[in-house]
Design a protein around this ligand. Sequence first.
Ligand code: WQD
Length: 335
Amino acid sequence: MKILVTGGTGYIGSHTCVELLNEGYEVVVIDNLSNSKIEVVDKIKEITNKDFKFYEGDCCDKNLLIKIFKEHKIDAVIHFAGYKAVGESVQVPLKYYRNNLDSTITLLEVMNEFNCKKLAFSSSATVYGKPKSLPIKEDFPLSTTNPYGTTKLMIEDILRDLAKSDNEWSIAILRYFNPIGAHKSGLIGENPNDIPNNLMPYIVKVATKELECLSIFGNDYDTKDGTGVRDYIHVVDLAKGHIKAIEKVLKDKGVDAYNLGTGNGYSVLEIVNTFKSVNDIDVNYKITTRRPGDIDACYADPSYAKEKLDWEAKLGIDEMCKDAYNFVINYNKDE
Ligand code: WQD
């Protein structure tokens, strides 16, 4: 079976390529390297000792997608490619709507032309907005509070309409919670070039003294210790969820959405303190004001993914914190 992975050199995409190759799938990757590095291609090959075809390019490039589908018999697609910075999406919404929607519609048109109608789509828990209660189930109301999240919800609606129009489509919509951590090898992981928006990469850069101090955005939320609570999931568990989703779309028809989370909520302070203790390192932080748009707490009810995909997260926050730090230490060693 041959799987096209768009955005396959990105953080979640690269970890998913490793799991696909380990499971014996053939893999083809397209990535424009706008948020990842070409070296990741060789790292994936080193980890798996498997080869795969890489195309540098953009999913908005219809001719390139047609070339790929002509050169390979693609059985299914995992679509990661897209811009994903919440804050940036508020600043430049048109860039997000143009890129995320155009690339997805172009991909779907080419898939349709080549009668490849099996897709796993990278969505996000952000489509739930501020949940009415916790834990979050897939049938909760959907609403978004930023352009990034709105592109994800719009694409989900496009996929639902597509499946309604043609019952040959088989689509798994995967709603990620908060992916952190890295592959145990330390060869791939999350290491943004600029100042990180997300908590864990920021913690890591403070631990390695690349950044001076972590700002904890508010400790007056209605949570166990006042700091924000999220459902952190190891990126390898998340990657394995994609394997299960591909197995399902290859077998079934129709469209469905699945929460890929652990079902456990941890606060910012719990993550910081766990990171410090498992890595035996200090992390300098201060409490500051809330970040606009943040919600108090968000964590999944992952039972539907367990029931329908036979998937559940297995790794805990100790391993997430250890593996996140191990990657950057290993990465900086090679620099
Ligand atoms: C986690 C917690 C912050 C940074 C976002 C996107 C979501 C998904 C995951 C793409 C919150 C706090 C953070 C910092 C802090 N991305 N924090 N200081 O906001 O839950 O989700 O990333 O799909 O769509 O919305 O993740 O890591 O930014 O924040 O105190 O420097 O850490 O307030 O409570 P978030 P995050």
